[in-house]
Structure formats: structure tokens, C-alpha cells
Design a protein around this ligand. Sequence first.
Ligand code: NAD
Ligand code: UD1
Length: 335
Amino acid sequence: MKKILVTGGLGYIGSHTVVELLSVGFDVVVIDNLNNSKEEVKARIEDIAGRNFELCIGDVNDAATLEALFVKHTFDGVIHFAAHKAVGESVDNPVMYYQNNVSGLISLLSTMEKHKVSNLIFSSSCTVYGAATDLPVTEKTLIQKAESPYGTTKILGEDIINDFAKHKEFKSILLRYFNPVGAHPSAKIGELPLGVPNNLVPYITQTAAGIREQLTVFGEDYNTEDGTCIRDYIHVVDLAKAHVKALTYCQDMSHNVDVFNVGTGKGNTVLEVIRAFEKVNGVKLNYKIGPRRGGDIEQIYADTSKVNALLGWSAQYDIADMMQHAWAWQQGLQD
Ligand code: NAD
Ligand code: UD1
């Protein structure tokens, strides 16, 4: 394997993955429409990796753009990040989500089929498990009807790939991410949330930076150790590295599709995350306890034995590293 197409490669997880791909010797071509990223991220990725890559500013829904890319390059694999990802926005604008996330995937698959390109790594999410009762969740845990159109696009994406791969010389790995957080240790790339963040860690760093006045902890009456929700937070660099492992595994596997949880296997409560942030950074966070947020599940964390054994991957960074790198990135943004 040599040349990889990365869709959405300037985004949060994509940019970290491109760094890892370049660092281990892959040639990379990125297609990104800059819908949720900035062109300057390209130079930052190249600076970290010490190598360049080709960027096509374009939309995966645009068949002509994809066709031109696949004519120009012979790809050995594709990593598909390009999608919208805001749960609340998907409730308000479901068509936009189905259009971008589902049609975008179909457009990509038909171009891959035409050019006989195999080996697709797909960004799925632990959201497919819904409010699972048996924890930790394994890849065999039942998939539940999604709570949002965003979640539905991930379940549909998995189904479409499974159907597509059935009768073809086509291989794909579905990676179900738990909660990606943190930033590159160099603080040159990280997450760029638009507007007021919905997710916990960007809200924490923006509060510490004085951009937000106060963080609200959504509920402390859950049936957990300290009453706050539990999630499996995974450092974005660890997650990026899982994609590199998945590519190698994908081309060698004897079956068409496989699925892996990508998390640390360890759950942290909201209060534990806050305390880890305060301790590692020596910063006091202004927060209060508020009511539960509608739609939140009490707890979820991954059984990672499959990804550990078959991909030979496990998370290296802990919650303190995640909070330290997230804060370094936030501080860099203000310079
Ligand atoms: P992101 O928004 O930072 O990155 C997505 C990138 O894709 C952006 O650069 C955006 O400009 C681009 N893009 C969007 N639609 C496009 C299109 N039609 N054509 C070309 N480019 C397009 O998001 P992220 O956090 O890096 O997420 C990457 C993938 O992982 C998404 O599929 C997302 O659903 C999935 N995922 C993310 C999380 C998370 O918490 N971040 C969790 C689970 C799954
Ligand atoms: C959300 C999405 C999920 C997506 C994930 C990662 C929903 C219902 N789910 O998950 O699909 O894959 O983001 O992008 O939106 N919290 C606070 N205060 C805040 C923000 C969050 O207490 O200001 C708490 C939440 O209640 C939750 C935890 O922090 O317990 C994590 O929240 P968040 O970062 O939004 O991720 P998820 O809700 O797990």
C-alpha cells in the first residue's frame, strides 16, 4: 500500500490521521470542501510530518471531482472522514445530514467501484450502540435505533458498506470511535469548534480561556460513582494511529468487512475529566452543576479486546495527556 485518499483530511480527526500516514511513509491525497476546516491546516500538517501532500478542495458529492481524482491517481485505499457531525444540527436539518453523509458515501463507493479501488476505512461512532445496558460494549452489542439523524447516517453508512462489499472484491473496516478529544502534542493542529461548543472538552478549554463564562455539568443524579455521566475519552492521536493499523489489516483480511471499537476501554465521569484538566494544567475551572441534557445516555465505554488483539493497537495517552494537549492547543489559538 502506498497512496491513500483521505476525505475530510483537513478536519479534526482527518488532520491527525494525515500526519500519522505521512510519518510512516504513505503518500496522501486529501479531498476536503472546507465546510468545517481551514486551508491553512495543510501547512500545519506538513510542518509536523516533514512531508507534503496533495490537497483537492472539493466535495465528495461532486462525482466529476472524484472521477478526476481517481483518474489522476491510483489509490491503494481510502479513509472516509468527510461528513457533518453535529447531533443537534442534524435534528434541525436532517436532509442536509442524509445528503452529505449518506449521498457522499454512495458517491465515493461508486467511484471506488468504477476504478476498482478497495480498502475503505469508514468513520463510525459508538452512537450506534445507543443506551447499551451491558457494559463495556463489544462489537457484538446490538445496534439500536439512533436518537438523531446524525446517528442514523452512521448506522446507514455501516449497512451500505456491508451490502456493497457482499459480492465484490472489496474490503472495508468500520471504526466505531468513542469520544475523541485532545490535540496533537505539538499544539499545531487540533479541533476547531464553530460557535458555542456542544462537546465537553472544547467547552472546558474555552471556559478556562475566558471565552465562556462557566461550564455547566449536565446532571449529577446519574447512577454512577459521582453522579455524572461516564464516557470513554480517546486521544485523537491514538485514534489517528488506529486508522493506519486498520489500513494494513484491511488489505490482508480474508473477509470483506470488519468492525472495531476504538476507545481506551476506560470510562471517566464528567467530574473526573474536570479534575484531570485542573490538576494537569494547574488551572481552576469555573463550573456549576446543572440539569441533565436531553438525549444524554448515562454511561458508555468500550471493550477494546478485539482492536487490541487484531489490529495490535491500544491507546497510549491517558486522560491527563488529553487535557494537557487540549489546553495547549486552546492557548495557541489565542496567540
Ligand atoms: P470535522 O468536521 O472536523 O472534519 C470533517 C471534515 O470533512 C471537515 O474538514 C469538512 O470540511 C470536511 N467535509 C465535510 N463534508 C464534506 C464533503 N461533502 N466533501 C468534502 N469534505 C467534506 O469532523 P471530525 O471530528 O474530524 O470527524 C470526522 C469523521 O468522524 C466524521 O465522519 C464524523 O462523523 C466521525 N466521528 C466523529 C466523532 C467526533 O467526536 N469528532 C465521533 C464519532 C465519529
Ligand atoms: C456527543 C454526541 C455523539 C458524538 C460525540 C462525540 C450527543 C447526544 N451525542 O456525545 O454522537 O459521537 O458527541 O462528538 O450529542 N457535558 C457537560 N457539559 C457540557 C458538555 C457536555 O456536562 O457543556 C457532558 C455530557 O452530558 C456528557 C459528557 O459531558 O455526559 C460528554 O458530552 P459530549 O462531549 O457532548 O459527548 P457525548 O454526549 O458523549
